[in-house]
Design a protein around this ligand. Structure first.
Ligand SMILES: Cc1cc2nc3c(=O)[nH]c(=O)nc-3n(C[C@H](O)[C@H](O)[C@H](O)COP(=O)(O)OP(=O)(O)OC[C@H]3O[C@@H](n4cnc5c(N)ncnc54)[C@H](O)[C@@H]3O)c2cc1C
Ligand code: FES
Length: 288
C-alpha cells in the first residue's frame, strides 16, 4: 500500500469512528430558564470527552434526532460533559426533557474553538446574547482558572427578559471572585427590574479595555454579532482579534455533507469560531 493510500485509509477510519455516537448517561438536569436546561452527562465505561472551549458535539436523543450543541462545561473537568439546551423544536425538546438515567448519543467533540489562550497578556471582552452565553462559558471558566495571565476582563451579556438570564449564580461568582466586569442588559424588563434595558452592543462603549491589546469573543444571534463586531472595531479592536461563533444547519460535523457550507468554509470544521476578518464578507449572505 502506498503512503497516499495509507493516509486515505486512516482518514476514512477516523471519519467512520466520528460518525458513531458514544453512549452517555444523563446524571443531572438543571432548569436554567423557562425554555432552557443544562444537562450533565457521563460517558458509559469509556474515556471522558476532552474538549476545547467553543467546540460542540452532535447530541442525539434516540428516536427524536441529532443536533449540534456547544459544550458549556469546564474544559478542565472533561469527566463531566455539560450541554445547555434551549427547547426550539423536536430534537431539542427531547433533549431538554431527558431526565437523569436517560441514555443519549454523543459524537465529537467537533470544530475549531475560541483559542482563548491567544488572549494571554491582553484584555478580554466577551459579548454574549441569549443562549450564546453557553458556548462562551468554557472560555470564561478557562480565563477564571488562569486569571493572572489576562488583563481587564469584561463580560457583556444581553437577554430577552430578566427571566431569560442564564447562569445567574455564575455571573455573580465571575464578578465577585474573578475580577470580571459583568454588565447585563435585557430587551424588556418588568416595572420592578432595576437593571439595564437596551441592546448588548451598546455596552461595548461603556467598558474599559485597551483596544490595541484586546481579544474579543462574541456569541449570539448573527445580527447581534455583526453589530457587536462593528462596535468593537469602532472602539479600535482589529477584525482579526474579534472571534465569532457561527451557527448553521449541521448534519455530519466532519466536513462531509456540505450542510454547513458558507462559501469556501465548512463551519463544522473551519468553525464554528472564526475571526471577523474572515467572516465579514460572508455574513450578509444566506446559507448556501
Ligand atoms: C455549532 C452549533 C452549536 C450550537 N450550540 C447550541 C447550544 O449550545 N444550545 C442550543 O440550545 N442550541 C445550540 N445550537 C442550535 C441547535 O443545534 C438548534 O436549535 C437545533 O438544531 C434545533 O433542532 P430541533 O430539532 O430542536 O428544532 P428544528 O425543528 O430543527 O428547528 C426549530 C427552529 O429552530 C431553528 N433552527 C434549527 N437549527 C438552528 C440553528 N443551527 N441555529 C439557529 N436556529 C436553528 C429552525 O429554523 C426552526 O425555526 C447550536 C448550533 C450549532 C450549529
Ligand atoms: S455538517 Fe456536514 S459538512 Fe459540516
Amino acid at each position: 500500500m502506498s503512503t497516499q493510500d495509507e493516509v486515505a485509509t486512516e482518514r476514512s477510519r477516523t471519519v467512520d469512528s466520528a460518525m458513531v455516537p458514544r453512549q452517555f448517561v444523563v446524571t443531572a438536569s438543571r432548569r436554567d430558564t423557562r425554555d432552557t436546561r443544562t444537562l450533565e452527562l457521563r460517558a458509559l465505561g469509556d474515556e471522558p470527552l476532552a474538549f476545547g472551549s467553543g467546540q460542540f458535539t452532535m447530541l442525539s436523543a434516540f428516536g427524536a434526532g441529532e443536533v449540534p450543541i456547544s459544550i458549556s462545561g469546564d474544559p478542565t473537568r472533561p469527566e463531566v460533559l455539560q450541554h445547555t439546551i434551549r427547547d426550539v423544536g423536536g430534537a431539542t425538546r427531547a433533549l431538554v426533557a431527558a431526565s437523569p438515567g436517560t441514555m443519549l448519543g454523543v459524537r465529537g467533540p467537533f470544530g475549531h474553538g475560541w483559542q482563548v489562550a491567544d488572549g494571554r497578556g491582553s484584555d478580554i471582552v466577551f459579548v454574549a446574547g441569549g443562549i450564546g452565553l453557553a458556548p462562551l462559558r468554557p472560555a470564561i471558566l478557562e480565563v477564571c482558572a488562569d486569571r493572572a495571565s489576562y488583563g481587564r476582563v469584561s463580560l457583556l451579556y444581553g437577554a430577552r427578559t430578566p427571566e431569560d438570564i442564564l447562569f445567574g449564580p455564575d455571573l455573580r461568582v465571575w464578578a465577585r471572585d474573578h475580577d470580571i466586569d459583568v454588565e447585563e442588559t435585557v430587551d424588556t424588563g418588568p416595572h420592578a427590574w432595576r437593571g439595564r434595558v437596551g441592546l448588548v452592543t451598546q455596552l461595548v462603549a461603556r467598558v474599559a479595555f485597551d483596544a490595541a491589546h484586546t481579544l474579543a469573543l462574541v456569541c449570539g444571534p448573527e445580527v447581534m454579532m455583526r453589530y457587536a463586531a462593528q462596535a468593537l472595531i469602532h472602539c479600535g479592536v482589529t477584525a482579526d482579534r474579534i472571534r465569532l461563533s457561527m451557527e448553521r444547519n449541521m448534519k455530519c460535523g466532519v466536513g462531509l455533507c456540505g450542510h454547513c457550507q458558507l462559501r469556501e468554509l465548512f463551519l463544522c470544521v473551519d468553525g464554528p469560531v472564526l475571526s471577523y476578518d474572515r467572516l465579514e464578507p460572508l455574513m450578509t449572505r444566506a446559507e448556501l
